[in-house]
Ligand binder design. Sequence first.
Ligand code: ADE
Ligand code: ZN
Length: 339
Amino acid sequence: MSTLENFIAGLPKAELHLHIEGTFEPELMFRIASRNGLKLKYNSVEELKAAYDFNNLQEFLDIYYSGAGVLIGEQDFYDLTWAYLLKIHSQHVGHTEIFFDPQTHTSRGIPFHTVISGIQRALEDGHEKLGITYRLIMSFLRHLSEEAAFQTLEEALPYQSWITAVGLDSSEKGNPPSRFERVFAKARAEGFLTVAHAGEEGPAEYVWEALKLLHVSRIDHGNRSLEDVRLTEELVRLKMPLTVCPLSNLKLKVVNDMTRHPLAEMLEKGMMVTVNSDDPAYFGGYMNENYLALAQALNLTQEQIAQLARNAFSSSFLNEKEKAEQIAKIDRYVGQQKG
Ligand code: ADE
Ligand code: ZN
């Protein structure tokens, strides 16, 4: 391992943008499909992996939803989440805030309870056995109706103690945050925090809407914010966290070349940027691989890399004491590396 790889591997990290359905590794997908008596469209792991060649977000989403279609029972959701937790444990990710997309499953007749209980049980085990702290974020699918989002919010209310925030994901173009203003208002009234994917493929205007209409605590992606100088200034002023996903951006052709990734300019402008893996089973890497690809392409210093990790803890939904403890761990680690 290179010095850089070593530094990143041992750095205490937090992940703030991760779709649990996007951690579904092909091998596990085939295993779960087989135990549920289901056949995938592909004959082998290799054939499935060969299909992971996307030109845009929608091409990815089509495959991602079809893969998630083999998750049926509570144990399936447990196994999916547990495999992810084991993986991030090996990468020194001590805190994770994960999205789940209930509508991907309830629309297939899987009860909301089945989905959330499997995920939550694994998260509790991950905390107890691996020491990983977590928050759960329920994401509405923006290609579906406002009414469907309201219904999902109703279904979530009995599980509110397990869900910290609501989010907005899926096909961005043509589905602005304004379509979900009312359902987000209701979610906030019920006590949920809010986040939203914006400015991944959609315009800077959608980032404004996420701020002004959905009152988000973080912007997921936010790449295209840089096209609007006033918006960029506002995001800096608010210290609004952006959960940037480098390998996702490359795989979905949001950026064509990692050396031109907008994170360099975001850092230069003083934006509160963080590094995340989005859908690691589909995009070629978990947290370490994302940090490494970015650090190599942008020639980041160890101090810049450590700052990205501090940003993630300070942008998380942990309380102030927990944030300070985690950031102190990073400072100690950086000190040891120098010493
Ligand atoms: N769902 C899973 N990954 C996503 C992404 N990168 N953008 C929008 N919706 C998603
Ligand atoms: Zn995402």
